[in-house]
Design a protein around this ligand. Structure first.
Ligand SMILES: *[C@@H]1O[C@H](CO)[C@@H](O)[C@H](O)[C@H]1NC(C)=O
Ligand SMILES: *[C@@H]1O[C@H](CO)[C@@H](O)[C@H](O)[C@H]1NC(C)=O
Ligand SMILES: *[C@@H]1O[C@H](CO)[C@@H](O)[C@H](O)[C@H]1NC(C)=O
Ligand SMILES: *[C@@H]1O[C@H](CO)[C@@H](O)[C@H](O)[C@H]1NC(C)=O
Length: 549
C-alpha cells in the first residue's frame, strides 16, 4: 500500500519473520530443489496456472539476449548497511539535532513527567513547534491554516466556474471560521476579494485523527466573481477579515498547454534516508517510461544520497521531476527525526501524504489526460500489449456510461512477495539486480475488488484525491471503472503483505503462481537499467561518468 512500509522488510524484522514463520517451509522447498539456479523451463511446484503461463514463457525465453549476459552476476554498489534500530536512530537524530533532548525524552517517554496531568508536563518531542520552509501560515481566531499551493481550476465540469483552489492543512475539523481570498491580478492595484466558498476535507473521518488541533488536509475554494472570470489571477492571499494584510500569498499555478499528453505518475514524499533503494528505482523508472509514462513527478522528504543521484540523472533526462517538500506547520522535519515521526504516527503520515498527491494533480491536470498515483514498488501492468495507451484504448470503451468517461479506472492489486522467489533461485539470463524481472512469482489471488487498488485518474473529473480513489469529483458522484484482471493488474512488489492483511496473506502465500507478464519488457529493461547504472558508477570506475557522456 505504501512505500514507507515496503522498506522495513529488508531489515532484521524481515529476517526474523522468515526464520520464525517460514523456515520449515523454506527447508522443505530447498530440499526439493537444492539448486541455486534453475533453468527457465523447469516445472515449479505450487504453480497453479503453470500451463497457461508456460506457453508465454517459452515464447519469451527464445529471445534471451546474449549481449546482456555479461552483467548477470555484476553487483551494483548499493549501500547495504543494515536498517537502524530505534535506539540507533534516536542516537543519530541526537547527533544531527543537538538542540532537542531526544535521547532524554526517549528514555522517559513512558513515564509522565511534570507535577500532575495539568501542570507543567514534559512535552512530546513530536509536539514541539518547529520551523518550516514551504508552507505559509495564517492564524485565525479559530484555527491555524498552513497553505502549500494555489491553482486555477477552469475545467468545464466545474460548476463553480473559474475557481482558485488552495491546498493546505487546517488544525480544525469542520472549520467554521469565515475567511476571504484576496485575488491579485496583473495591472490591478486593488485585490478582488471574495468569501471562501468551502473547505473541502481530503479525508474520511472514519480513517482516524478526526480531532481538533491536529492538522487536517483541505482544499479551499474561491470562485472568481463574474467580472473577472476570464482573467487569470497572479496570486492569492487568505485573510480572516476583508481588510487584513495577509500573512499568506501564493502564486496561482496555471500551466495549460495546447494539448494534453497521455500519462503522468505522481509519487508521494520519498522517505528513504537510510534505505538505499536506488537500484530498484532505476528499474522502476525505466519500466514506467517503457509503459508510456511521459513523466514521473516525485516529492522528496529525505532520501539516501544514492537515490538523489538517480533522481538527478533522470531529471536531467526529462523523465522525472522532483519537488522538495516537508511536513506542514510545526511538525518534525529535522534530518532522520522526520522519519521517526512518520513511522510512529501513521495517521499523521497518511493525512500529510494526500497533500503532495493533490498538489501534483492540480499542477499537471491540464498537461495530461490521466494521472496515476503510484508508490515505487507498484506497477500498473497491461496483460496484453506493452503500453498504457493500448490498454486505455481498450478500457475507455468498456468504461463509458451514457457516453461519459468515469472519474477513474482502478486496477486490482496483486502481490509479488520477496519470499515467493528466492527459494526458486535466480533466472540465469536476468541480472540479479533487476528486482521485478527476478520476482515473477505472485500470490494467486488478487486482493479484493476495491481494496488497495490504484487508478488512472481522469483529469477532467477529479476534485480531490486520495492514494487509492478520488474522494470527490466534479459533476457529482465519483464513478470508478474496475479494469478487469484480464486487461491489467497492479503489480505490488513487497517484502510481505501489508500488516492489515497478515492473515489472508498466509493463504495467499500457499497459493502462488508464476506470472511472467513483466518479461515482455525484459530486453529493453535490462539494457536500459544496466546502461544507467553503469553511467552512474554502480559498477565501479570501469566506466567513468565523463567517459559515458
Ligand atoms: C497540580 O500541581 C500543581 C503544582 O504543584 C498544583 O498547584 C495543582 O493544584 C495540582 N493539581 C491537581 C489536580 O492536583
Ligand atoms: C471553532 O471551530 C470549531 C469547528 O472547527 C467549532 O466547533 C467551534 O464552535 C468554534 N469555536 C468558536 C468559538 O467559534
Ligand atoms: C482465493 O480465491 C479463492 C477462489 O476465488 C477463494 O476460495 C479463496 O478463499 C481465496 N483466498 C484468499 C486468501 O482470499
Ligand atoms: C551508494 O552508497 C554507498 C554508501 O554510501 C557508496 O559506497 C556507493 O558508492 C554508492 N553508489 C554509487 C553508485 O554512488
Amino acid at each position: 500500500m505504501n512505500i514507507y512500509t515496503w522498506g522495513k522488510g529488508f531489515g532484521g524484522r524481515f529476517l526474523t519473520k522468515i526464520c520464525g514463520l517460514f523456515l520449515l517451509w523454506i527447508i522443505a522447498v530447498l530440499a526439493i530443489f537444492q539448486l541455486r539456479t534453475i533453468p527457465l523451463d523447469v516445472n515449479v511446484p505450487h504453480l497453479n496456472s503453470r500451463y497457461l503461463l508456460q506457453k508465454r514463457l517459452d515464447l519469451l525465453t527464445k529471445h534471451a539476449d546474449s549481449s546482456t549476459t555479461e552483467s548477470i552476476d555484476l553487483e551494483p554498489f548499493v549501500d547495504k548497511s543494515p536498517s537502524l534500530s530505534e535506539d540507533k536512530l534516536v542516537e543519530e537524530i541526537q547527533y544531527r539535532m543537538p538542540n532537542i533532548p531526544i535521547v532524554y525524552w526517549n528514555q522517559n517517554k513512558n513515564k509522565p513527567m511534570g507535577f500532575n496531568n495539568t501542570c507543567a508536563l514534559f512535552p512530546s518531542m513530536f509536539d514541539l513547534e518547529y520551523n518550516n520552509i514551504y508552507w505559509q501560515t495564517l492564524r485565525t481566531s479559530n484555527g491555524t491554516f498552513q497553505l502549500l499551493g494555489a491553482y486555477l481550476d477552469v475545467r468545464p465540469n466545474n460548476r463553480l466556474g473559474p475557481t482558485v483552489r488552495i491546498l493546505g492543512m487546517i488544525d480544525r475539523i469542520e472549520p467554521t471560521v469565515t475567511t476571504y481570498c484576496q485575488l491579485w491580478f496583473d495591472k490591478r492595484k486593488e485585490p478582488v476579494v471574495v468569501k471562501t466558498f468551502e473547505y473541502k476535507y481530503i479525508w474520511y473521518k472514519k480513517w482516524g485523527n478526526y480531532k481538533q488541533g491536529i492538522y487536517q488536509p483541505y482544499l479551499i475554494a474561491c470562485p472568481i466573481p463574474s467580472p473577472f472570470k476570464d482573467k487569470i489571477p497572479q496570486s492569492v492571499s487568505v485573510v480572516e477579515k476583508f481588510c487584513d494584510t495577509s500573512t499568506t500569498n501564493l502564486r496561482v499555478i496555471y500551466n495549460k498547454p495546447e494539448e494534453k499528453k497521455d500519462f503522468a505518475v505522481c509519487v508521494k514524499g520519498l522517505d528513504f534516508l537510510h534505505e538505499d533503494l536506488s537500484v530498484r528505482l532505476v528499474e522502476w523508472i525505466e519500466l514506467l517510461n517503457l509503459l508510456g509514462a511521459d513523466k514521473i513527478f516525485f516529492y522528496e522528504l529525505q532520501v539516501h544520497p544514492n537515490i538523489s543521484k538517480v533522481l538527478k540523472h533522470y531529471q536531467k533526462e526529462g523523465k522525472v521531476d522532483v519537488t522538495p517538500i516537508n511536513l506542514a506547520g510545526g511538525q518534525p522535519n529535522g534530518p532522520a527525526f522526520q522519519h521517526l515521526y512518520l513511522t510512529k504516527k501513521t495517521n499523521h503520515k497518511r493525512q500529510n501524504e494526500v497533500v503532495p498527491y493533490n498538489d501534483c494533480f492540480y499542477k499537471h491536470m491540464y498537461e495530461y489526460k490521466y494521472i496515476a498515483l503510484l508508490d515505487i514498488d507498484e506497477v500498473i501492468m497491461p496483460v496484453e500489449g506493452t503500453s498504457w495507451k493500448g490498454l486505455m484504448d481498450k478500457v475507455v470503451r468498456k468504461g463509458l456510461k451514457n457516453n461519459e468517461e468515469p472519474a477513474s479506472y482502478n486496477v486490482r492489486n496483486v502481490y509479488f512477495l520477496d519470499d515467493l522467489l528466492h527459494d526458486h533461485g535466480w533466472f540465469k539470463d536476468i541480472p540479479k539486480y533487476m528486482h521485478m524481472l527476478q520476482h515473477v512469482y505472485r500470490t494467486k489471488n488478487f486482493t479484493k475488488p476495491g481494496q488497495y487498488v490504484k487508478c488512472f485518474h481522469n483529469t477532467e473529473r477529479v476534485l480531490v484525491l486520495h492514494n487509492h480513489f478520488p474522494l470527490a469529483c466534479l459533476g457529482g458522484a465519483c464513478r470508478s471503472y474496475a479494469i478487469e484482471t484480464s486487461d491489467a493488474q497492479m503489480h505490488h512488489y513487497r517484502a510481505d503483505c501489508v500488516k492489515t492483511l497478515s492473515k489472508a496473506c498466509n493463504d495467499f502465500k500457499k497459493n502462488s503462481v508464476m506470472d511472467t507478464t513483466v518479461w515482455k519488457f525484459k530486453d529493453p529493461l535490462i539494457q536500459r537499467a544496466t546502461t544507467t547504472l553503469r553511467t552512474l558508477g554502480y559498477f565501479g570506475t570501469g566506466k567513468k561518468l565523463d567517459e559515458v557522456r
